[in-house]
Design a protein around this ligand. Sequence first.
Ligand code: G3P
Ligand code: MG
Length: 269
Amino acid sequence: MVLNSAHRGARSLAPENTLAAIRKGRAVGAHLWETDISVSRDGRLVLFHDDTLDRTTDALSRFPGRASYALSDFTLAELKQLDAGSWFIQSDPFGQIAAGTISDEEIQGFAGIRIPTLEEGLAFTVQEAWPVNLEIKRLVGRAVGFPVVAESLTVIKKSGINPHDVRFSSFDHRLLDEIKTKAPEYAIQALIGEIGSPINNWGTLAYDTYNANQSLSTPDEIRAIVAQGKTVNLYTVNDPHRMRAFIEAGATTLITDFPQVLKMVLDER
Ligand code: G3P
Ligand code: MG
């Protein structure tokens, strides 16, 4: 069975990496969700993708004149004051408001929505017994050197989540090696094909599972890697034709901004 993973939650239907997007991913039938772990100035783990706050929050107007808008320069208390949803209403990044696929009531709920902590995201996934792919972002700025693996494991263990419902991924494979040593009960997935990279670098195929960039790949390449006994997941597959082609090629999970579309593709089968 191919798994449908809601990228940053269902980010075409709600502001990415918010509880609204997470809930929406569940509601439209994703088998799991993907999210990004970042580190605040005071060492708290939050679900946030970008290194800086400007694209998806009101940090510039809420905290004018700051020397830096890097997430790692804001404390959790400051991050919790930010509106992480109004940008979605204003920019309609995937055209889904214009298309009428999001109700007025849902849209109203996006305004003022907060950046969730890892604890808050996990509480939903525990309650629903719904698996999660936790991507640990590369540490940048003030966060460099922070013990993000140890801290993530502490939070995850405290959440009560079933280890089978967690898979870790990262472009920084050293973090995955650390997880493998400290907590082998959690699955790890090696992310490859980071922005700026011309190819998916499979290296020596040292990991059992790879999460590869679909835009740098072809179904034939995936077929060849799967034939070598590897599990391959692909991000971010939004086009139904590409979805079908990668499913045929033997992909295990498709990470998509449109879990509602992938659900239809999988239901055809
Ligand atoms: O985990 C897949 C994907 O999320 C990796 O890229 O930049 O969207 O976090 P990015
Ligand atoms: Mg990610």
